[in-house]
Design a protein around this ligand. Structure first.
Ligand code: GRF
Length: 208
């Protein structure tokens, strides 16, 4: 049984999609054992509690030194014996010390088709604002392994979403979440939990 730790910062709709997929059997051989947020007010923590899951706030603001925050987060993940870390709208950069402790065991959901509209500064609504500004006809979401870069790790799954006339960033974000994020993140976790994902020469191989 894969022990999953989910790191969140906001509303937790991706966390909810994971919990619903476990409850419905779309995800097998996995359980979310801890949810950690840097934001004490993240509704995602409430979603975890409502589901009977340990919900913790570990925030940089609680520590004098950023290094101490990193160590506290890593220690907690190890204490909880997490096998897979899922970044679900987590807005804090994951430090190399954690990435190196969990090689190919941290995944992230990004609300665009990487390598478009990603990297430093591309998160949340900003992504969709840039998509609309550029006038692309198709956007989507990506699940990728986390490496020490920003949105640069090997891509696991992607799903395309049409950009429609009259879309606002909010409308587009909602469509990308509903049609892409909430589908491919649970699917990626299920594939990993069932041993279907390997990485060879920096590229993800998926056994369908
Ligand atoms: C959303 O912008 C999503 O696209 C990205 O993180 C943000 C928070 O989503 N992955 P959530 O509702 O907290 O899962």
């Amino acid at each position: 049984m894969l022990k999953v730790g989910v790191l969140v910062s906001g509303g937790g709709t991706n966390l909810q999609a994971i919990l619903d997929a476990i409850d419905s059997g779309k995800i097998t051989n996995a359980q979310v054992t801890v949810v950690i947020s840097n934001n004490p007010n993240a509704y995602a923590l409430q979603r975890a509690e409502d589901h009977g899951i340990k919900a913790l706030c570990i925030s940089p603001k609680q520590y004098e030194d950023r290094e101490d925050f990193h160590k506290a987060l890593l220690n907690r993940l190890q204490e909880e014996q997490v096998d897979l870390i899922v970044l679900a709208g987590f807005l804090v950069a994951v430090p190399p010390m954690i990435v190196e402790a969990y090689p190919y065991r941290i995944i992230n959901i990004h609300p665009s088709l990487i390598p478009s509209f990603c990297g430093v500064g591309y998160y949340g609504l900003h992504v969709h604002e840039k998509v609309l500004e550029r006038g692309v006809r198709v956007t989507g979401a990506t699940v990728h392994f986390v490496d020490t870069g920003t949105d640069t790790g090997p891509i696991i799954l992607q799903k395309a979403v049409k950009v429609k006339q009259g879309d606002t960033p909010q409308i587009l974000q909602k469509r990308v979440m509903e049609k892409a994020e909430w589908k491919i993140l649970p699917k990626a976790i299920n594939l990993i939990a069932n041993g279907k994902v390997t990485v060879k020469d920096g590229k993800v191989m998926i056994e369908e």
